[in-house]
Each structure stands twice: as structure tokens, then as C-alpha cells.
Design a protein around this ligand. Structure first.
Ligand code: DAH
Length: 349
């Protein structure tokens, strides 16, 4: 077989090999065999010394043509493989935009915060301001200013966490009354405030007791504030919280910072007063404590009790939430079990 026949055979077989390449790696191997430094074409070039010099340019030309042809075919085949690879990747990584998305979970407001926010807006709408006293309170504001001197027996009503002689975890939000009374400028108008916040008592935790709970203090002081103002206000609060059909009643009570003092009951919203387990078969449920501000509280804060008077009330936010949502264990408020909390979730959309 002469050199030209050899070249022709190489061209045909080479093209066939390129066409049959199975993948890029295989194609690369074929390329090295055909046009690489130690490939078949190079080998033929090396054998040029064995042929007549007059033939050499022709052979060289032919070899170059075949190399160009191979290279062109190899490039085309390579492109095909690259393209196929891209298409495969695209197909595999295809995103179905019509699939339904994953729903994010909405958090829920804590039941006590629902009550708190609701009451705050309610009082703000009636012209009250909202104040926030410190949870680490002084004996001075928590007790002494509130007409509870050191040896007062009523101090036993609230078991206190003392930090030292003077500082304590407040047992009640009532100290806020003294703080605002001291600062209020009555020449600018009456004082109307609510003071929500956490309070602490040295109680053993069980279904109905907690060492920490939340109150909202209320105070209105002006000239000519009467007990009927208190009664009207409490009635509105009770109806706002527990329904417009509720009946209310006041019972005499005792608090050191009010005189007279009262407790308010609402007719049972479960049995409408007929008697059931919730109202302990009395038809009534105790909801808050209140009274006319004791003159000593006003005087302690430098307010002239012969000119000014007012009323105060204390709301138990945990108690309101318990009654409103039918919660049987106060500990549920503070253990943060999501199964409990998510019951108060607003509609998911
Ligand atoms: N501080 C009282 C308590 O913790 C609640 C209270 C009762 C507050 C009567 C008041 C009030 O302002 O007038 O038991």
C-alpha cells in the first residue's frame, strides 16, 4: 500500500472513529491517536524521509488537509457533547414553577398580650395615658407611698421577693400610682393613666397560682371625682371584656390604698348567672379590685386631698385571659408550649 492509500485509509477510519466517539473522554483519546504528537498523522509525516523528495510536498499537503478535517470533525463532535451535557443538566435541574409553595408559619400573639393590647387601646381611646413602672421596685413606691408603712399588717397580703432592705420585685403595679401622682401637673388637667406590667409574688406555682403574673393599674384623679364615676368606668371595662349583656355588682372589700374599697363581680358568662362549675355555683365571677384613692396616697405624693380625689383599679390580666379563653391552668401562660400558643393564632392565609 503506497503512502496515499495509507492516508486515504486513515482519513476514512479516522472520520469513522470520530463519528463513533461515545463521550468527550473517548473523543479526546481518539484525537490523541489521530492528530497528537505521537499520533498516526505525525507518524506518516516522520516516514516522509522514505519517499521521493518530489512527492513530499504533496504528502505534506494531504497530511495537513486530513489534520484540518479531523480537527474540524473533532471540534464539531466536542460541541455536540458539550451541548448534550448542558441540555441534560438543564433537564435535571428544571424547576416546576407551578408546584405549590411551602407555607411559612405565622407566629401567634400571646393570649395575655391580646388582652393587654386590647385594654391599652380601649383606655387610650378614653383619654388615658399608658405608663410603665419598674419591675424591680423600691419598698418606698410599692408599699410606703401606697399607705402601707413597714409594720402594716396588710403587707402580709402579698408575699414579697425582697432583693435587699429597700429593693424588691414588685408585688403589684400600684406603685405606678405614686410615681405618676408625684409628677403630675394638675394645672394641665386631670390625671388618667393605666400602668400594665409584670408582678411577682412568693407563691408556689400550681394551676391557679404563679410567682409571676400581669396586672394593669388604673388611676383617675381630678376635682370632684365620685364613686359613681368609678362604678361607671368599671362597668364599661367589665362589659368591654366579658360582653355587653353582663350584669355587674360591687362588693365591699379592703385595700390599704383605697377607701372605700370594692371588688367587682360579673354575672357568669358561662351560665348567665344560673350557677355552674366556672362560677362555683354562685352565678358571679370576681374580676377586679378597686376603690376611691385613699387621702394618704394623695398626700404622700404631695397632692392636696382636700382639693383632689379619684379612683383606682387593679386588673389581673392573667385572670382576664383565663376567664375569656377558658384556660384551666395558669402555668400554660408561662411554659410556652407552641401547641397551647398556636390556638391563639390569627387566621392563616
Ligand atoms: N394592687 C392590688 C393587688 O395587687 C390590686 C388593686 C386593688 C389595685 C384595688 C388598685 C385598687 O389600684 O384600687 O391585689
Amino acid at each position: 500500500m503506497d503512502l496515499f492509500e495509507k492516508l486515504d485509509k486513515l482519513r476514512q477510519e479516522g472520520l469513522k472513529d470520530i463519528n463513533q466517539a461515545t463521550d468527550q473522554k473517548n473523543l479526546d483519546k481518539i484525537r490523541v491517536e489521530l492528530v497528537g504528537k505521537k499520533g498516526q498523522l505525525t507518524e506518516i509525516l516522520h516516514s516522509m524521509k522514505d519517499i521521493a523528495p518530489s512527492e513530499r510536498p504533496k504528502v505534506g499537503q494531504e497530511v495537513n488537509q486530513i489534520r484540518d478535517l479531523f480537527q474540524k470533525q473533532i471540534d464539531e463532535a466536542k460541541n455536540k457533547f458539550v451541548q448534550a451535557l448542558i441540555e441534560k443538566k438543564l433537564a435535571e435541574e428544571k424547576i416546576d414553577v407551578t408546584l405549590p409553595g411551602r407555607k411559612g408559619h405565622l407566629g401567634s400573639q400571646h393570649p395575655i398580650n391580646i388582652i393587654l393590647d386590647d385594654l391599652e387601646s380601649y383606655f387610650i381611646a378614653m383619654g388615658y395615658s399608658v405608663v410603665q413602672g419598674p419591675e424591680i421596685e423600691t419598698d418606698h413606691y410599692c408599699f410606703e407611698m401606697m399607705n402601707l408603712p413597714k409594720d402594716h399588717p396588710a403587707r402580709d397580703m402579698q408575699a414579697t421577693f425582697y432583693i435587699d432592705e429597700e429593693n424588691l420585685l414588685r408585688t403589684q403595679t400600684s406603685g405606678d400610682q405614686a410615681r405618676v401622682l408625684e409628677k403630675h401637673d394638675f394645672s394641665k388637667g386631670p390625671l388618667k393613666m393605666v400602668g400594665p406590667g409584670k408582678v411577682y409574688r412568693r407563691d408556689d406555682d400550681d394551676a391557679t397560682h404563679s410567682h409571676q403574673f400581669q396586672q394593669m393599674e388604673g388611676l383617675v384623679v381630678d376635682k370632684n371625682v365620685t364613686m359613681s364615676d368609678l362604678k361607671g368606668t368599671l362597668e364599661m371595662i367589665a362589659k368591654h371584656m366579658f360582653g355587653q349583656d353582663r350584669k355587674t355588682r360591687l362588693r365591699p372589700s379592703y385595700f390599704p390604698f383605697t377607701e372605700p374599697s370594692v371588688e367587682m363581680d360579673v354575672s357568669c358568662f358561662n351560665c348567665d348567672g344560673k350557677g355552674c362549675a366556672i362560677c362555683k355555683y354562685t352565678g358571679w365571677i370576681e374580676v377586679l379590685g378597686a376603690g376611691m384613692v385613699h387621702p394618704n396616697v394623695l398626700e404622700n405624693a404631695g397632692v392636696d386631698s382636700s382639693v383632689y380625689g379619684g379612683f383606682a383599679f387593679g386588673l389581673g390580666l392573667d385572670r382576664f385571659a383565663i376567664l375569656k379563653y377558658g384556660i384551666s391552668d395558669i402555668r400554660d401562660f408561662y411554659t410556652n408550649d407552641v401547641r397551647f400558643l398556636k390556638q391563639f393564632r390569627k387566621e392563616e392565609n
